[in-house]
Write a protein that binds this ligand. Structure first.
Ligand SMILES: Nc1ncnc2c1ncn2[C@@H]1O[C@H](COP(=O)(O)OP(=O)(O)OP(=O)(O)O)[C@@H](O)[C@H]1O
Length: 322
């Protein structure tokens, strides 16, 4: 089973007292095809997790959501909780969680947790149940010999695989991984990323939410850079991480901040999402800003490369388009 995700003009607001609101996500549009990994990157607080929660119908009750998110024709934003619980979460979309330790139940073995999830999703029982739980473990490369262990008896890597196995029980065609490599050492980051990529190569779509650009570079086909709740660049990963590089000044800054590049942080701080500047939200930190930046730039370009900037770098790095 495959699934095509099409998100259009997704916005999430959290109303505050006094008529103000946190603009957590604004006008986000992207497509995700089967067998494709889209990495959503950006600094902490830019709206990545809120976006994932919106797609899973897991936003808090005070959230105000606009736009559309079609998964094979079903609008995830307007579907009822019953539909999402019965047909979508676990079955059409699986969440690979940020912290496996907090996702796994500490007092039950991995096998018992897998079997319970299989029972819930498929109604299987007896030997069929045991077989399906074993198959889910195998899909996530979780060793059969460790199935009767408790979460605290697992290494960080095996706990991540156990959480991934739980997510994969329903064989959902779309995976959302929210910071799946947080807290792991580099070697484990690479292995976790490679395992996620295997699921993509098997035909699943993967939305990888991360601030770990190295993990994104390792497995993503396309990259979306978020800043202050908006996608500011959406482009093929190869041309983003290698030549010709990103076109948005913020995206360039993010890459240059990496220790293996120039290790220069983007100056300044991101704006508060309940007090966004008029116009381009990055302009106060941008050395290319001009009066034109008083108007919010639209994301413009093609599927292989789009940027929201009045002064985007052209593909010859020293010159500007505008
Ligand atoms: N229930 C809520 N009420 C008000 N504001 C919220 C709520 N949930 C999230 N926010 C705000 O939405 C913004 C986006 O948060 P989000 O968690 O999506 O960022 P993020 O990019 O995933 O960051 P991180 O990498 O730290 O998880 C933040 O400013 C956050 O404070």
């Amino acid at each position: 089973m495959t699934a095509e995700l099409s998100v259009r003009e997704l916005s999430v607001r959290f109303p505050l007292r006094g008529g103000r609101a946190v603009a957590a996500v604004t006008g986000v549009s992207f497509d995700l095809a089967p067998g494709e990994c889209l990495a959503m990157v950006g600094e902490s607080g830019c709206g990545k997790s809120v976006l994932a929660s919106a797609l899973l119908g897991l936003l808090p009750g005070n959230a105000r959501v606009g736009g559309a998110a079609l998964l094979d024709g079903l609008d995830l934003l307007t579907a009822g909780e019953k539909e999402l619980a019965r047909r979508v979460r676990g079955r059409r979309i699986a969440l690979v969680p940020q912290s496996p330790a907090s996702h796994l139940t500490p007092v039950r073995t991995v096998r018992s947790q897998l079997e319970e999830t299989v029972r819930e999703l498929t109604g299987a029982s007896g030997p069929k149940l045991r077989g399906a739980a074993g198959a889910a473990a195998e899909r996530a490369a979780f060793p059969a010999g460790h199935l009767d262990r408790y979460p605290h008896q697992l290494s960080g890597g095996l706990a991540q695989r156990a959480a991934t196995a739980l997510a994969l029980v329903g064989e959902a065609p779309l995976l959302i991984a929210d910071e799946p490599t947080t807290g792991l050492d580099r070697d484990l980051v690479d292995r976790t990323a490679d395992e996620l990529r295997r699921h993509v190569d098997a035909g699943r779509g993967l939305l990888l939410i991360t601030h770990d650009l190295a993990a994104a570079e390792r497995i993503a086909d396309r990259v979306a850079v978020m800043y202050a709740g908006r996608i500011v660049e959406l482009t093929d990963a190869a041309g983003f991480f290698d030549a010709p590089g990103p076109r948005h000044p913020y995206a360039r800054g993010l890459l240059e901040a990496l220790p293996e590049r120039s290790f220069t942080p983007v100056p300044g701080m991101p704006p508060e999402l309940d007090d966004l500047p008029a116009g381009c939200a990055f302009a106060p930190r941008c050395d290319r800003a001009t009066d034109a930046c008083a108007a919010v730039p639209a994301l413009a370009g093609s599927r292989s490369g789009a940027v929201a900037c009045h002064h985007a770098y052209s593909h010859a790095p020293e010159t500007a388009d505008a």
